[in-house]
Design a protein around this ligand. Structure first.
Ligand SMILES: NC(=O)c1ccc[n+]([C@@H]2O[C@H](COP(=O)([O-])OP(=O)(O)OC[C@H]3O[C@@H](n4cnc5c(N)ncnc54)[C@H](OP(=O)(O)O)[C@@H]3O)[C@@H](O)[C@H]2O)c1
Length: 254
């Protein structure tokens, strides 16, 4: 029986850093790297001490999901760590982003993450862990980032409920809620255009976000917040009515 970790979004940013830190974990026999850019995954695999399997493809593709399920069924595997880091966002008016892209954000951030959890769950070992990457955006609705923020609110709600459901099986589900980090996400999401207001909110360090998230999941925590600002945002979201916060976001140009 091989003990494995599966990490989506492993070709870049947070997912790649998770792979590097997970590589130090002696409880694992193998690490599975998932993303579309195969060459990036191969390059990463070459620098790891653990054996790897590359599960290349688009997480929204039913054939990719089927391949993942078949791979898991092909040998005796138990999943120690599942990390859902594949994700994307697009800032801008909902009407301008349009049908295709708005739908794709939900497909990747919500549907694929849910389906991957569903496929992997039967293979999760006792004392295993799932880390689902949300965002501070999960705490508040955000005009001009509406679908992304809503998708991350889903990740938070779903993951917390799943954590409760899996408690008796001693599987921990930790939702990771970072502030903006300077990864490729920043480029793809169009947030570069409002870089200053994002930076004013406080950029987080990728290495620290990952280190804290792994530590929190070891301690069976259901949420990981790794900065003062992210904790403050969560507090604000609990104190003030969301319509009021939306007005303040507009006033400060966020
Ligand atoms: N950076 C931030 O400011 C920030 C803040 C809070 C939360 N987050 C969240 O953190 C997570 C990781 O983001 P990041 O900052 O590391 O961004 P990133 O550097 O752009 O990485 C995104 C990863 O997701 C993968 N991915 C995207 N769409 C995919 C698809 N359809 N199928 C398979 N893989 C896909 C990408 O791989 P390929 O392109 O190779 O497929 C890449 O490895 C995301 O869930 C994001 O929402 C980011």
């Amino acid at each position: 029986m091989k003990t494995i970790a599966i990490i989506t979004g492993a070709s870049s940013g947070l997912g790649k850093e998770f792979v590097k830190q997970i590589d130090l974990d002696n409880r694992l026999d193998e690490i599975w790297l998932c993303a579309r850019r195969k060459e990036r995954l191969e390059e990463l695999a070459n620098n790891l001490k653990h054996p790897t399997q590359i599960v290349e493809g688009d997480v929204t593709d039913p054939n990719w999901l089927k391949a993942l399920a078949e791979k898991l069924a092909s040998e005796q595997f138990q999943i120690h760590t599942l990390i859902n880091s594949a994700g994307l966002g697009k800032s801008g008016a909902f009407s301008e982003i349009g049908l295709k892209e708005n739908g794709y954000i939900v497909e990747v951030n919500v549907l694929a993450l849910t389906q991957i959890c569903s496929i992997c769950l039967p293979y999760m070992m006792n004392q295993g862990r799932i880390l689902n990457i949300a965002s501070v955006a999960a705490f508040l609705p955000q005009a001009n980032f509406a679908v992304y923020a809503a998708s991350k609110a889903y990740v938070l709600s779903f993951s917390r409920a799943l954590n409760q459901e899996l408690m008796d099986e001693k599987i921990t589900v930790t939702t990771v809620c970072p502030n903006p980090m300077e990864t490729e996400f920043f480029l793809h999401s169009g947030q570069k255009n409002k870089a200053q207001s994002v930076k004013n909110m406080g950029l987080e360090d990728v290495e620290k976000v990952v280190r804290m998230a792994l530590k929190k999941s070891e301690k069976h925590k259901d949420i990981s917040l790794s900065s003062f600002i992210s904790k403050a945002i969560r507090l604000v979201s609990r104190i003030f009515p969301h319509p009021f916060i939306l007005k303040v976001e507009k006033l400060i140009g966020f």
